[in-house]
Write a protein that binds this ligand. Sequence first.
Ligand SMILES: [Zn+2]
Length: 417
Amino acid sequence: MLLKTILNRIQKHPGFVYGPIRLHQEGVELLLEVVIRPRAKGQAVCSGCQCRRPGYDTLSARRFEFVPMWGIKVFFLYALRRVDCGSCGVKVEAVPWAQGKSPLTTTYAWFLARWAKRLSWKETAAVFHSSWHSVVRSVKMAVAWGLEHRNLNGVSAIGIDEIARGRGQKYATLVYQIDAGAKRLLWVGRDRTEKTLLRFFDWFGDKRSAAVRFVCTDMWKPYLRIVARKAAQAVHVLDRFHIMSHMSKAIDAVRAKEIKELKAKGKNPVLTGTRWCLLKRPENLTEGQEIKLKELLNCNLKTVRAYLLKEDFQWFWEYMPPWAGKFLDAWCKRTMRSRLKPMKKVAKMLRAHRDLVLNWFRAKNGLVALGVVEGLNNKARVTTKRSYGFRSYHLLDLALYQTLGDLPEPKATHEFF
Ligand SMILES: [Zn+2]
């Protein structure tokens, strides 16, 4: 069977025909060159206005990289025509297999972009003997297309989260859709200030913002203020994941201080290597960690008291609304008497936002995927870590949209994998 027959089946371009196909050797690399020619009487399309226009001249032939076959690189070879356009002047023609000045065919760019979702960008470039730049270019194209074609209707629950970018205290704000049936990243913004979140609501628009029924955030003041202003109709929920991570941080602080104190007194530092015993849920502990935790609980340590307060708080999520409020008050009272400064700070925060904390129970009965912020946050963190090498924030945003955006893709006549 001729390769041309296959190409005509999977990648036909109206107005153009496939010509001869040649096998070349360049250095150690084999490559296939597929000549493309315009149909005899077909007029070229002006890339400025997308209208058919009379020809002006023809440039020298250029290569457009296509999906490789049997480990052999494949290129389309085509001499672009220039048109004499009444409205745009002399312009290069638009061709259906590539966009603008890209040296990649659109099909190949989608191919790379899809693989770059499964592998890292670097790995994708290596596996397909492509360059990192070609992969980035492809991901950019795919993300831009996806953002333009995604449907933003019907967003009724959003989660707002922050993430540290790179080393140093630089943050990004991420806004997710967390409806039960649709979980995805909607927006990424630099920093975590009021202005950041205002930019999100401006972009999202008044109409869509007014349709939001639930907003899930951390107790971060700038977020609290802007949500109250821009989505006042929504039930504002302080997320379970965020509350529990405040407690974990408090335990970390108590533990770090106590280790120092023990060391200063020359005592046996029983606490070293116990961090995960204290932060994990008991049911997730390994056998070794379980034994260690048991030992630890027998010691009269501040860290142990903090741990017990945290574990006790887990019950909060099991209560029904009026009882949950009573439990919360009692827990805060007890914690305020604990003389554990970091834990008291958490209790103060919970007291200050009592209503928003209790809103969690209202949201639980709505169609909100409450646990989802934690999962999305983890995924975002992995993506960010993997992207530390990126010089620009723009690339990090790109990676976040690519992995978390659940972006649509165009329907193709042939799936290349
Ligand atoms: Zn034109």
